[in-house]
Design a protein around this ligand. Structure first.
Ligand code: NAD
Length: 304
């Protein structure tokens, strides 16, 4: 079987100076892609900047015979998003792959989290995703081809302590991805979410001594497939952690219909309402929104 290649493809990877993003950039470049390595190089909390990390990844790629260019703009503004995507179109004349991976962390329990810390994290993860997608999406639609991978987190799916900002941003990413998938479907643009886990600087302060092998190299091939033309899915969520690759879905119970409800009736039937022994999954594309409404209306009309 032929190995997947990215020859003639142009990829933008945000936050590619370190950690997971660096691994994605190196993999795609190794497989023939021209890569925009975006990273302003700041601290884990987002403060400061350093052109070094992005340039080092570019140097590594070019030393191995690949083609890459550094971009040190921040994803956190619309101007930054335009500049990052502009680096791809200016240098390489196109953009085929967008991987939004940039991230920062500002931990604090809800009782102590400041509005500034909430906004700073949303600015990079969620608004950052919008800024780069907003700049890349019309170019991809015009070309009739695109692969977008946005980054969520276990915390965005299940929550975690002391990261209300991060969890909210990462959950929002899924909502954005779903709309990119829906609006991109007729233009050959596919969009999916990766829920990665790897020991990077984001694990600083955690005791990882009992972890199984959990390098970024165990995540990168999954993102590589989502970024490849052979990717056959859109509007989905894949997770990759310590060698386990899985799909994450939103599940609904079949539901219970009554023509009228009281608080007591909800309480009396809560076990039936919550019963997911026959789970329903409404795929985002072509029309999960319509399928949800259709199922509900069918129950109301007695046709379900
Ligand atoms: P990392 O800190 O090693 O890398 C993140 C990179 O993003 C850094 O190099 C940083 O400079 C860059 N960045 C920060 N702000 C930016 C901005 N405004 N514009 C562009 N780049 C910016 O962390 P990582 O673990 O490699 O995380 C990568 C992504 O994966 C993040 O979105 C993170 O939330 C997500 N994630 C990681 C894990 C994990 O286990 N490591 C788990 C869940 C989700």
């Amino acid at each position: 079987m032929a190995h997947a290649r990215f020859d003639d493809r142009v990829a933008v990877v945000t936050g590619a100076g370190r950690g997971l993003g660096r691994e994605y950039a190196l993999l795609l470049a190794r497989l023939g892609a021209k890569v925009v390595v975006n990273d302003p190089g700041g601290a884990l909390t987002g403060e400061g900047d350093d052109a070094g990390p992005a340039q080092q990844v570019v140097d590594e790629i070019t030393a191995a015979g690949g083609d890459a260019v550094a971009s040190t703009e921040s994803v956190a503004t619309a101007v930054g998003g335009q500049a990052i995507i502009g680096a791809a179109t200016r240098h390489y004349g196109r953009i085929d792959v967008l991987i939004h991976n940039a991230g920062i962390v500002r931990r604090a329990p809800l009782t102590e989290m400041t509005a500034e810390d909430f906004d700073a994290v949303l600015d990079v993860h969620l608004r950052g995703a919008f800024h780069v997608v907003r700049a890349a999406f019309p170019v991809m639609c015009q070309a009739g081809y695109g692969r977008v991978v946005l980054t969520s987190s276990i915390g965005g799916v299940y929550g975690n302590h002391a990261v209300a900002n991060y969890a909210a941003a990462k959950a929002g990413i899924t909502g954005l991805s779903n709309v990119v998938a829906l609006e991109g479907a007729e233009h050959g643009v596919r969009c999916n979410v990766i829920v990665p886990a790897a020991v990077t600087r984001m694990a600083e302060g955690l005791d990882t001594s009992a972890y199984p092998p959990m390098g970024a190299d165990l995540v990168a091939p999954v993102v590589g497939w989502l970024a490849h033309e052979s990717c056959s899915i859109t509007g989905e969520i894949l997770t990759a952690i310590a060698g386990r690759v899985a799909r994450i879905v939103v599940v609904e119970s079949a539901g219970v219909y009554q023509p009228a409800w009281t608080v007591d009736a909800v309480g009396a039937r809560i076990d039936e309402i919550r019963d997911i022994s026959n789970p329903l999954v409404f795929p985002v594309v072509p029309d999960g929104h319509g399928a949800h409404i259709g199922h509900s209306f069918a129950m109301a009309k007695g046709t379900q």
